[in-house]
Design a protein around this ligand. Sequence first.
Ligand SMILES: O=C(CO)[C@H](O)[C@H](O)COP(=O)(O)O
Length: 235
Amino acid sequence: MNDPVENAKRLAAFKAVDNHVVDGVIGIGSGSTVVYAVERLAQRVKDEGLEVICVPSSFQAKQLIIQYGLKLGDLEMNPELKVTIDGADESDTMLTLIKGGGGCLTQEKILASCAEEFIVIADYRKASTNLGEQWRKGIPIEVIPGAYRVVYQKIEKLLGGKSELRMSGSSKAGPVVTDNGNFLLDWNFEGVKDWKHVENCLNMIPGVVENGLFVGMARKAYFGMSDGTVMERNV
Ligand SMILES: O=C(CO)[C@H](O)[C@H](O)COP(=O)(O)O
């Protein structure tokens, strides 16, 4: 693979699947890095007879599981997950994450919360010291459509910064609609020190479904590097 970023994603994903997946129920995150994790899972099922049931975090993840011929599960049938493997938009050194660049943060957080282990896979661009160094698009927040305006006013009053409603671009007029039928705000924060406080504050605003700050959930991350190695971070 010639593209260093794609190569890095693939290395991280393969290593995480090799090190953390055993027979059982697996949560499947969303995004472009997770595609490689599903590819590796399918290889291991074929080559080693690994027996996994995969619970998707999004429409995209469900399609991937089906496409690779893996067993599809859901949280009603399979509420306890051995491991959830997912990408991230940015991670600090404590594995505090920003997620939701792909708009699937709510189901992703649910799957992370149901797993014995939550493992992050990403390329080297996502590893930072402090949140906001690399990811400039803000913190994704899923909101009930009719409340988007009052929510962003309340966020600005409570926590400062600026929020924007995420728009679809040229593919559809109007805002992005999540898999849950909601809208997304991207909140550009300023001077945050206590991420747990911010995560809780955002979720206390009526109309907020979930936010893309994952604080204290991940214990291990694999970052594929441009030189072909994989950097591991543990907390
Ligand atoms: O949070 C997510 C989707 O909601 C993704 O995990 C995040 O955007 C990373 O995606 P990619 O692997 O494409 O970099």
